[in-house]
Write a protein that binds this ligand. Structure first.
Ligand SMILES: Cc1cc2nc3c(=O)[nH]c(=O)nc-3n(C[C@H](O)[C@H](O)[C@H](O)COP(=O)(O)OP(=O)(O)OC[C@H]3O[C@@H](n4cnc5c(N)ncnc54)[C@H](O)[C@@H]3O)c2cc1C
Length: 495
C-alpha cells in the first residue's frame, strides 16, 4: 500500500474545503496540502449550483433570522450576525478577485434584489416592525419598505400580476442582495490552489478510514474509485469537509468529540422554470414566511438564479425524507451513523420533533398539483406546464447530545475540532456556503492558533479580511467602508 505525506489534508472539494485551502495558502504558501474528492470533479454535492438556492444569505430577506417572540418583539441578533459573516465572505472574495486568484466576479456573483413578501394584517405589521428595526442599523443600509401594490408590482411583477390587491400585503427590498454560484467560487479557488506545486488534488478517491498515531499524525486510508487501489496519506492536520457525510468520517476518526453527535438528513426538491419570457419578468429573490410549526428550511422562495451565464427561476424548497447523507450517498448512511453513543439522543429528538416529522411526511405526500398550488401563492398566474421538478441537495441537521435533555435537533452549523487541534470538521447545513469564510476562519483560530498569533499571519489576515478582529455590527464607519469596497469590487452595485 503506497503512502504519501502532507501538512494539511482537505477531505471533499466543496465550499468549505476549498475556502479553508485558499485561506491557508494565503497565510502560509509553504504549507503542503492535498484535497481528496470521491467524485470525478469538484463541488458536485451541496455546493453544486443547482443543489442549493445560491442566496448570499445576509439576512436581507430571510424572515426566519428575525423571529417574532410571544410578546410581539423581534429578535435581531441572528440577522446582525449572519449579515456580518456574509460580509466576511464578500471581503475574502474581493481580495481573491483583486489578486486574480478568483475569476472576474460576474462569473460567480450577481446583484439580485432580496425581497421579503408577506400578506395578511399580522404579517404586514411584523414586516413593518422588522423593517423599522433593521433599517436603523448601518448593516441594512438601503433597505426599502412598501405596502403599496403599485410599488410592489414594480419590484416583482410576476408575484403581483393576478393578485387580489384588496388584501393587505407588504414587502421590503435590498437591491444589493446577491445570487452566488458557490460551485464557481469553489472551482475558482481550487484551480488557484492547483497553480501551486505544493498542492495536489486527487479526484475519484474516497476517504475510508482515519487513524491517529502516538505523534498525533493521521494516517488516512483512501480508495481509488476507478481502480479500487487502496493507499494511505499521512497528514499533520485533517479537515473533514465532506458535507453531509462529515458526521460519518468524524465518527470514524474516533475522537471523543465525535460521540456527541448524530445526523438527521432531509432531502430537497425545486420547481424550476427555464422559459425565457417568464424568467425575464422576475429579477429578484422573493422570500416569504414559513407556515407555523414548520422548520426554518421550509421557507418558500421564488428566486432568479444565474448559473454559468444562464438565468432560470427556482421555487421551493420542497423537503423530503431520506436516509442518505449526500446525493451520491448510500441508503444506509443514516443507519450506519447510529451507534451506542448517539442512539438515546436520536430517539429523544424523534419524540421531541413530531412537528418536523409530520411536516416531512406531508412534503413527501405532495403531488405536482399541490406543489404548483404552493407556487401559485407567489406567482398567481403560473402555468403548470412551464415548470419541472428537480432535485436539490441533502441537508444533514445536527443531533447533539446534551447532558440535561439527552439530545437536541439543531438547524445551524457547528465547527467541531479535536482537543489536540489536529482535526476539524463542520456539521450542519444553514446558513451554509454564504458564511464559509467565517466558518473556516473559526477552524484556523482553533487549530492554527499559534501560527495565527504571529505577526506575519496577523498582517495577512487583515489584508484579506480588513474587518478581521473588529465588529462590523458596532463599527459603523468601518462597516460602510467595507460595504462600498466589496460592492464595487464584486460589482454588486450595478442596479
Ligand atoms: C437545498 C439546499 C439549499 C441551500 N441553499 C443555500 C443558499 O441559498 N445559500 C447558502 O449559502 N447555502 C445554501 N445551502 C447550503 C450549502 O449548499 C452548503 O452549506 C455548502 O455547499 C456545504 O459545502 P461543503 O463543502 O460543506 O459540502 P459539499 O458541497 O457537500 O461538499 C462535500 C464534498 O465532500 C465529498 N466527500 C464526501 N465524503 C467523502 C469521502 N469519504 N471522501 C472523499 N470525498 C468525500 C463530496 O463528494 C463532496 O464533494 C443549501 C443547501 C441545500 C441542500
Amino acid at each position: 500500500m503506497a503512502s504519501v505525506s502532507t501538512d494539511v489534508l482537505l477531505v471533499g472539494s466543496g465550499a468549505m474545503s476549498s475556502t479553508l485551502g485558499s485561506l491557508l495558502k494565503q497565510l502560509d504558501p509553504s504549507l503542503n496540502m492535498m484535497m481528496v474528492e470521491q467524485l470525478d470533479s469538484v463541488a458536485q454535492e451541496s455546493t453544486n449550483a443547482w443543489m442549493n438556492a445560491g442566496t448570499g444569505h445576509a439576512a436581507y430577506c430571510e424572515l426566519n433570522y428575525t423571529p417574532q417572540q410571544a410578546d410581539g418583539s423581534i429578535t435581531l441578533d441572528n440577522a446582525y450576525s449572519i449579515n456580518e459573516k456574509f460580509k466576511i465572505s464578500l471581503q475574502f472574495w474581493s481580495y481573491l478577485v483583486e489578486q486574480e486568484a478568483l475569476p472576474a466576479p460576474e462569473n460567480f456573483i450577481k446583484p439580485v434584489p432580496h425581497i421579503s413578501f408577506v400578506w395578511g394584517d399580522e404579517n404586514v405589521e411584523f414586516l413593518r416592525n422588522r423593517y423599522q428595526h433593521l433599517s436603523s442599523s448601518h448593516l441594512f443600509t438601503g433597505m426599502e419598505f412598501s405596502d403599496d401594490p403599485v410599488v410592489l408590482k414594480e419590484w416583482m411583477p410576476l408575484v403581483m400580476n393576478g393578485r387580489d390587491t384588496a388584501q393587505k400585503m407588504a414587502g421590503t427590498r435590498v437591491n444589493h442582495g446577491s445570487d452566488v454560484n458557490f460551485a464557481a467560487v469553489s472551482r475558482g479557488m481550487t484551480r488557484n490552489l492547483q497553480s501551486s506545486d505544493n498542492f495536489k488534488l486527487l479526484l475519484s478517491h474516497s476517504v475510508k478510514k482515519l487513524k491517529q498515531d502516538s505523534c498525533k499524525k493521521w494516517t488516512v486510508t483512501i480508495r481509488d474509485e476507478k481502480t479500487g487501489t487502496v493507499s494511505t496519506i499521512k497528514a499533520g492536520f485533517v479537515f473533514l469537509g465532506a458535507g453531509g457525510a462529515a458526521i460519518k468520517l468524524l465518527q470514524k476518526s474516533k475522537i471523543s468529540e465525535s460521540k456527541l453527535y448524530g445526523g438527521f438528513p432531509v432531502s430537497g426538491q425545486w420547481l424550476v422554470c427555464n422559459k425565457a419570457e417568464i424568467v425575464k419578468q422576475h429579477k429578484a429573490k422573493v422570500y416569504g414566511k414559513a407556515s407555523i410549526g414548520t422548520p426554518p428550511m421550509s421557507i418558500p422562495h421564488l428566486d432568479l438564479r444565474v448559473v454559468d451565464g444562464k438565468e432560470a427561476l427556482l421555487f421551493g424548497p420542497f423537503a423530503g425524507f431520506t436516509t442518505r447523507f449526500m446525493k451520491h450517498g448510500s441508503v444506509f448512511d443514516l443507519f450506519s451513523s447510529i451507534n451506542f453513543n448517539n442512539i438515546r439522543a436520536m430517539i429523544k429528538v424523534g419524540f421531541d420533533n413530531q412537528d418536523l416529522l409530520r411536516y416531512l411526511i406531508s412534503e413527501v405526500l405532495q403531488t405536482r398539483q399541490s406543489r404548483i398550488k404552493s407556487l401559485r401563492e407567489y406567482y398567481p398566474e403560473v402555468d403548470i406546464n412551464d415548470w419541472f421538478l428537480a432535485g436539490a441537495g441533502q441537508r444533514v441537521q445536527i443531533i447533539k447530545k446534551c447532558p440535561d435533555n439527552v439530545g437536541k435537533l439543531e438547524f445551524g452549523t457547528e465547527v467541531v475540532t479535536a482537543a489536540d487541534h489536529s482535526l476539524a470538521t463542520l456539521l450542519g447545513a444553514s446558513p451554509g456556503a454564504s458564511v464559509s469564510v467565517d466558518a473556516m476562519i473559526q477552524v484556523i483560530e482553533k487549530c492554527f492558533a499559534v501560527q495565527l498569533a504571529t505577526e506575519q499571519w496577523q498582517q495577512k489576515i487583515k489584508q484579506m479580511i480588513p474587518s478581521y478582529g473588529e465588529s462590523l455590527i458596532n463599527n459603523k464607519e468601518l462597516s460602510q467602508k467595507i460595504h462600498e469596497y466589496t460592492l464595487s469590487t464584486l460589482k454588486l452595485n450595478a442596479l
